[in-house]
Design a protein around this ligand. Structure first.
Ligand code: NAD
Length: 499
């Protein structure tokens, strides 16, 4: 059911915020009603068993869409991390290192299938705990997480083809630490290649989104995975530090902020531990004047507003060729006005809740800095729910290279727009950042795509599309976006010691 209404002004900051008035379509609520089967309180998963934390400490996981507590989550302490690595060591020696690749693959297939069986339940849990729209957790996070288990299941008995002629062996127990923006998908990116290559795992989800990782432990039990092969420990940064510094961790695989990545690099230097770092980004989405304009507008929208902009590879800087800038920005503003911000569990929601109060405050601080530094802010005038942490889709025009909003990762639904005249200026501006994770190019010319993809210092360059992922395609960064690759054959090599 649709109804037309007059949009209301979004902010009182009239001098700096351009408001869009006009007719908007309103949708009736379309909530996803599947039961996420949440527990009041969760347990750590160590040595194949659920166990209360030896630390006896818990914290609340908050639903960012409502600000209400969802469940009590254990805060793993030193004794818990000791127990987890002991279990990972024994799981490695007793079972996983003795098992054929063929049999390891069977477990991975089984895990992927069980995840598919329970995907609706997991999608709802993911949206409630993390704030992402249900259509994204349902159609992206869950299918992609299962796809990673299937993909790496296929590699488990074919490792010699990934590294022909080389001598290689697994690390044994590895420590893995993941962020909150794609909780279950990041877990799959970490666990699937590690197990396929014969390692065992101690993994920590981010403190604001632990629920689907702890629910995933139920799937491991159902799959009858030998005890100790995967251990799941929740907690905050201190728990992460215990993992990084643990003598039982032969490799650390970290995905998160560049700041924490640098601290981990310092902590592991000289320890002999393997290390991969998947860190932040400030991607340029470059639109040339010969691009298919409407398709590019959709690509730019998807590039920055997917998952509320909580995406490491988000196209957070639009570089638009000057000759089409005016018409492009007009179309962009028109499209932004139709984005629906609201309840993550509503099937019509385009932009859900910001993951935490802290993240919302960070976005607000950086937007204020953009306004203060002289860029022109435009925000959608959509209405926001009264409770919960939400932010309007926003764009900044008149951004220059020195603005903080052109350099720092905002990690929210905020796009910074810069212009260019020539291809070399586009390359110069796109590469003028400390990061190097991803980029997008929009043009009609194949030769321009080839030139740009070679010149852009980014691990991934999408052409005439954005945010497309596949388990067979490696993903990772240059410069302060980290090192190591996840996905594809390259993702296997990072979990093997080669001699
Ligand atoms: P974060 O660095 O604050 O936290 C990430 C994880 O590290 C969490 O589990 C956290 O508890 C843990 N942690 C915090 N301090 C730690 C410490 N001192 N030692 C060990 N562990 C510690 O990052 P975040 O805010 O959760 O995630 C957002 C960041 O992640 C963004 O910068 C984003 O770009 C990045 N990210 C990168 C990729 C990629 O593939 N490159 C993917 C997703 C997210």
């Amino acid at each position: 059911m649709l109804a037309k209404s007059k949009a209301k002004p979004s902010s009182t900051r009239r001098n700096t915020v351009e408001l869009l008035f006009g007719d908007l379509w309103e949708f009736d609520p379309a909530p996803e009603l599947a039961d996420p089967k949440l527990k009041e309180s969760y347990a750590l998963f160590i040595d194949g068993q659920f166990a209360a934390p030896r630390s006896r400490k818990y914290f609340d996981s908050i639903n960012p869409g409502t600000e209400k507590a969802l469940a009590s989550i254990p805060m793993a302490g030193k004794a818990d991390i000791d127990a987890a690595f002991q279990a990972a060591d024994s799981g490695y020696r007793k079972y996983w290192s003795k098992m054929s690749g063929n049999d390891r693959g069977k477990y991975l297939y089984r895990i992927g299938r069980l995840l598919q069986d329970r995907s609706r339940e997991f999608a709802v849990a993911e949206s409630m705990d993390g704030g992402k729209p249900i259509k994204e957790s349902r159609d992206f996070d869950l299918p992609m997480a299962a796809a990673h288990f299937f993909y790496y299941a296929g590699w488990a008995d074919k490792l010699e083809y990934a590294l022909p002629g080389a001598n290689f062996k697994p690390y044994g127990p590895v420590g893995q630490i993941i962020p909150w923006n794609f909780p279950l998908l990041m877990l799959a990116w970490k666990i699937a290649p590690a197990l396929a290559t014969g390692n065992t795992v101690v993994i920590k989800p981010a403190e604001t989104t632990s629920i689907t990782a702890l629910k995933f432990a139920e799937i491991l039990q159902e799959a009858d995975l030998p005890s100790g092969v995967v251990n799941i420990v929740s907690g905050a940064g201190n728990t992460g530090q215990l993992i990084v510094n643990h003598s039982g961790a032969n490799k650390i695989a970290f995905t998160g902020s560049t700041e924490v990545g640098k601290a981990i690099l310092r902590a592991t230097a000289g320890s002999g531990k393997g290390l991969t770092l998947e860190l932040g980004g400030k991607a340029a989405n470059v639109v040339f004047d010969d691009a298919p304009i409407d398709q590019a507008v959709e690509g730019v929208i998807n590039g920055i507003f997917f998952n509320q902009g909580h995406v490491c590879c988000a196209g957070s800087r639009l570089l638009i060729q000057e000759s089409i800038a005016k018409v492009f920005v007009r179309k962009l503003k028109h499209r932004i006005a139709s984005l629906r911000v609201g309840d993550p569990l509503d099937k019509n929601t385009d932009i859900g809740a910001i993951n935490s109060r802290e993240q919302l405050q960070k976005i607000e601080r950086l937007v204020e800095a953009g306004v203060h530094e002289g860029a022109a802010l435009f925000q959608s005038s959509c209405s926001l729910p009264r409770r919960g942490w939400y932010y309007r889709p926003s764009i900044f025009e008149g951004v220059t290279q020195s603005h903080r909003i052109a350099q720092e990762e905002i990690f929210g639904p905020v796009l910074s727009i810069l212009t260019f005249r020539t291809i070399s200026e586009a390359i110069e501006k796109a590469n003028n950042t400390a990061y190097g994770l991803s980029a997008g190019v929009w043009t009609d010319k194949g030769s321009k795509i080839l030139k740009m993809s070679a010149a852009l210092k980014a691990g991934v360059v999408w052409a005439n599309t954005y945010n497309k992922f596949d388990p067979s395609s490696p993903f990772g960064g240059y410069k302060e976006s980290g090192f190591g690759r996840e996905g594809g054959k390259q993702g296997i090599c990072d979990y093997l010691k080669v001699s």
